[in-house]
Design a protein. Structure first.
Lengths: 310, 600
């Protein structure tokens, strides 16, 4: 397994180089010269030239790319054009609030979705199943923006069940997170239920389940001990692929509820065309995605002994 | 039969409910706390780098300048802040000798020996201005001193060869003499200007000219922008980026007093009741950041904020057609506050474009075809007055009777001008590009302009791009028609008329790249004149030249509207000061009674 992990990590090097090249070219071509905004109004041509030179922006693009790579190796993403903060510090600061929202939401969504999918699969074709499927489709169909605007107005403002917005660290932060977590679940659970339901139904139809039932196992026991375990690979794949998104935050939820996480930071950077920050978040997300893929592959072997990592 | 929770789950349910209730935020005793709004993140706290309204607003809570704007008196003028008296101006307005207040100390901070802030001296002002002018700080504010102070340009030039910051400050250069910027002794600063700029007094009140202690700059180095150490009425206690800033009263602040002079209506409104009392009245200031307007609006209605702007989408639910606050809001103690901003929204034509730059009557026709009144209704909820020149109401040189013959909506006259210019019905004209930043409201404004032009046969393509790309194209003169807005840096007409001064062409602020020898000559003359009939006559001539040449379509001067609860006292709008919070007073008992029973 160690060899497998090492080899996969080596494979990530050309992938990361490719991503960094695409991101670099994209943002350096579309981004324009940051000097104009950094110097503000009334900057003279001489000042513009001087700062352009000082930042190395008058060098050939490939030289700039090499410098950029060297900085990345030191985990130095540069500074924000907008606030002049170190981007690595911005990411470090924003990570915790994002995880405060994302981790409980993710865990609760997963538990709820798997449970509902199991019920739905168990009662396939019955009224309960139909009701759950319709509910899931409804949940998937409502945009998160509409959910946020409606729930913030109705549940937080009109009914006064939750704080309207805000964020606190520690236990005092629980009420502030309650509504965004509920909305995350409401937005995500429908899609997850439908996916897990189809995975479970595929497994339920297999011969070994019939055999197990023929040997006297109840439907529920067969589901828990056999079906669920065999359905873990597609479930784990989906879960692992969602993990990077937990770190990069939820743009709209964080923005509307004033959670100072990476999603909030990203949307501010998008609004302000703060390209170095967008660039760093894109790269950060890519790295997490690659790592998540690797973790997913390793987990396959854990859940299914037939899978050999070689 | 009602569902009952199984026994084994009951303790858990009770525990969860108790925990949630225990954590539910209660409205703490707010006391004398002002809770304001920022609708954008602030950039940082380095006075040399401030370039936006919100950063400047926050910096002014902590930092101070030699002079400051009078809070109540109009027209806008300055008064001593850290200066002990008004500057002694001699040599026909070129020499400023300013004595500073004794006994004012920087706030206590780890950057000082023993953590104890020391007394502010004249040398601190010299240092702060020099630092601001140091090329290596990458300041956004050099233009306020550029070419204006004897010897300062040479100082700036000398800093170009120094190693990059924050490695070394080169005390030799900083301690060296700059002829026009000297500390005569511990309490006297002498500034010598190259020309008698009448607006220089305002420059000394700008955040760029704030006094900073060299100890803090050297101690915090690159991180200085996050650690403000000033002499102002408040100290920065908490800064959670993207969420909130909290300031608390500076215990060492004893040198500010509520104004004793104001306008006649200020007395009637009770704004002079606190005259002469020591500032600030507040113990704490909380500024919440809202990038989205809905949570800001709902928090304001709930009473979690003391003021709010009015989101465009909520305008009708807050303001009646006769422009007063709606009854349900008034019953909650909400007041509508309105004031004229010192600003200009405009569109300009790039004179380096071979068609737009050459055909004066084409530009005049486009100006006549633009329905500015409709734009004010569509995009500003009627909050604005039609502009006829760059100078907004409230500034010297503004004449309400002055009418720009091309700043009116008259499509027929526009069509006639096109015929005279040889483009009947727009025939023979290429399609022009209107460039704006990619945002829905900017695009809508562009579409409105295009639709107005279509009525006279002029084709407009609305293009959008990112802000950096927009700036790049603008500053490289690769545009045809753009929209812009300008807010006063200081209350002098020069600040608006420089927008079309030839030598300020892109990358300067003359984005029209307009050059007119007579206009430029008049600009140079009026820029160093004291207000008076002669200056007024020159400004009028400049306005006439602009009306005739039409390098820009002056669109509107905006009105600022704000909703504010009646428990905030001593509140008066100021078009230059972004947040004169130190003058505000909170009636805590009134707030408590109004908020009772209104929820969290």
């Amino acid at each position: 397994m160690i060899n497998f992990i090492l080899r996969r990590l080596l494979y990530t090097i050309p992938i990361m180089l490719g991503i960094s090249l695409i991101v670099f070219v994209l943002f350096h071509v579309a981004g324009g010269n940051p000097v104009y905004r950094m110097l503000g109004k009334n900057a003279s041509p001489a000042e513009i030239l001087r700062l352009t030179h000082q930042l190395g922006l008058d060098r050939p693009l490939w030289v700039q790319y090499l410098h950029y790579l060297a900085d990345l190796l030191r985990f130095d993403f540069g500074r924000s054009w907008e606030t002049r903060q170190r981007i690595s510090e911005m990411i470090a600061t924003g990570l915790f609030p994002s995880l405060c929202l994302a981790v409980p939401s993710f865990i609760l969504t997963t538990l709820l979705a798997v449970a509902v999918a199991m019920v739905s699969a168990l009662f396939k074709g019955k009224a309960v199943d139909k009701l759950l499927v319709v509910g899931s489709v409804l949940g998937m169909s409502i945009s998160i923006l509409a959910l946020i605007i409606g729930a913030q107005y109705l549940l937080a403002y009109r009914m006064n069940l939750f704080p309207i917005s805000g964020f606190e660290i520690g236990w005092r932060g629980l009420p502030y997170l309650a509504l965004p977590v509920l909305l995350w679940i409401a937005n995500q659970v429908g899609g997850d239920v439908r996916y897990y339901r189809s995975v479970l139904l595929e497994e339920i139809g297999r011969e070994y389940v019939v055999t197990a039932r023929a040997k006297g196992l109840s439907r529920g026991r067969a589901m828990r001990t056999h079906v669920l375990r065999n359905a873990m690979i597609p479930i784990v794949t989906r879960l692992v692929m969602e993990v990077p998104l937990l770190f990069t935050g939820s743009l709209l939820l964080e923005n509307f509820f004033g959670i100072p996480g990476l999603g909030n930071m990203s949307i501010n950077a998008l609004n302000a065309s703060d390209f170095p920050v967008i660039e760093a978040v894109t790269l950060f997300g890519s790295i997490l995605y690659i790592l998540a893929n690797l973790v997913g592959d390793v987990l396959y072997a854990v859940f299914d002994p037939r899978v050999k990592l070689s | 039969m009602p569902y009952r929770l199984p026994h084994r789950f009951r303790p858990l349910a009770v525990l969860l409910a108790t925990a949630f209730l225990a954590c539910t935020p209660s409205r703490k005793n707010l006391g004398s706390t002002y809770r304001g709004v920022l609708i954008s993140n602030i950039k940082n706290f380095d006075p040399a780098l401030v370039q936006d309204q919100y950063s400047s607003m926050c910096q002014f809570q902590v930092y101070e300048t030699l002079l400051e704007y009078k809070y109540l008196a109009r027209p806008y003028d300055v008064q001593p802040c850290l200066a002990s008296a008004a500057p002694a101006i001699s040599d026909s307005g070129k020499v400023f000798v300013i004595r500073i207040k004794k006994g004012v100390e920087f706030a206590d901070d780890a950057c000082f020996p023993g953590g104890k802030g020391r007394e502010v001296k004249a040398a601190d002002f010299v240092y702060s201005i020099k630092r601001m002018c140091d090329v290596r700080t990458q300041t956004t504010g050099w233009w306020i001193f550029d070419g204006k102070v004897v010897g300062l340009d040479a100082f700036r030039k000398a800093t170009e060869s120094l190693p990059p910051l924050p490695e070394q400050y080169h005390p030799a250069l900083y301690d060296g003499e700059v002829e026009g910027l000297r500390a005569l002794d511990d309490t006297t600063v002498r500034l010598e200007l190259t020309k008698p700029y009448p607006y220089f007094k305002y420059i000394l009140a700008m955040p760029y000219a704030a006094v900073v202690p060299h100890e803090a700059v050297e101690y915090y180095r690159e991180d200085f922008m996050n650690h403000p150490v000033g002499t102002g009425p408040f100290l920065l206690k908490e800064w959670r980026r993207g969420l909130r800033l909290v300031f608390e009263r500076n215990p060492k602040y004893h040198h500010g007093f509520y104004p004793t002079e104001g306008m006649p209506e200020d007395s009637a409104e009770g704004l002079l009741a606190d005259a002469g009392k020591p500032l600030p009245f507040l113990d704490r200031v909380e500024l919440d950041i809202f990038e989205e307007l809905q949570p800001m609006w709902l928090n304001f209605l709930r009473g979690n904020l003391d003021n709010s702007i009015i989101p465009k989408d909520n305008y009708a639910e807050a303001v009646t057609p006769d422009k007063s606050v709606r009854g349900d809001l008034a019953a909650k103690g909400i007041k509508l506050f309105r004031q004229k901003d010192l600003d200009l929204v405009y569109m300009c034509f790039n004179f380096e474009d071979p068609v737009l730059g050459k055909h004066k009557r084409l530009r005049q026709a486009m100006s006549l075809a633009f329905d500015a009144d409709q734009a004010v209704e569509l995009f500003y909820n009627g909050r604005g007055v039609r502009a006829h020149s760059p100078i907004p109401p409230g500034l010297f040189g503004y004449d309400p009777a002055y009418k720009n013959p091309h700043a009116r909506y008259d499509p027929e006259a526009a069509k006639a001008l096109l015929v005279q210019e040889g483009f009947p019905g727009g025939k023979g004209l290429p399609e022009f590009e209107y460039l704006t930043v990619a945002a829905s409201n900017y695009r809508q404004m562009g579409e409105h302009f295009a639709q107005c032009m279509a009525r006279i046969g002029v084709k407009i393509k609305v293009s959008t791009c990112t802000w950096p790309e927009y700036l790049s194209r603008l500053k490289q003169k690769k545009v045809q028609i753009i929209a812009g807005a300008w807010g006063a840096d200081y209350p002098d007409p020069e600040n608006f008329l420089q927008l079309l001064y030839g030598p300020n062409e892109s990358p300067g602020e003359n984005n029209a790249n307009y050059k007119n020898a007579e206009y430029d000559s008049l600009y140079r003359e009026m820029a160093i004149m004291q207000d008076g009939p002669e200056r007024k006559a020159k400004i009028r001539r400049m306005q006439d030249i602009l009306a005739e040449d039409c390098p820009m379509i002056p669109e509107i001067h905006r009105l600022r509207e704000l909703l504010i609860y009646d428990w905030v006292g001593d509140h008066r709008g100021h078009a230059v000061l972004d947040a004169p919070i130190k003058y505000y007073r909170i009636d805590a008992a009134l707030r408590r009674s109004r908020l009772e029973g209104r929820g969290k």
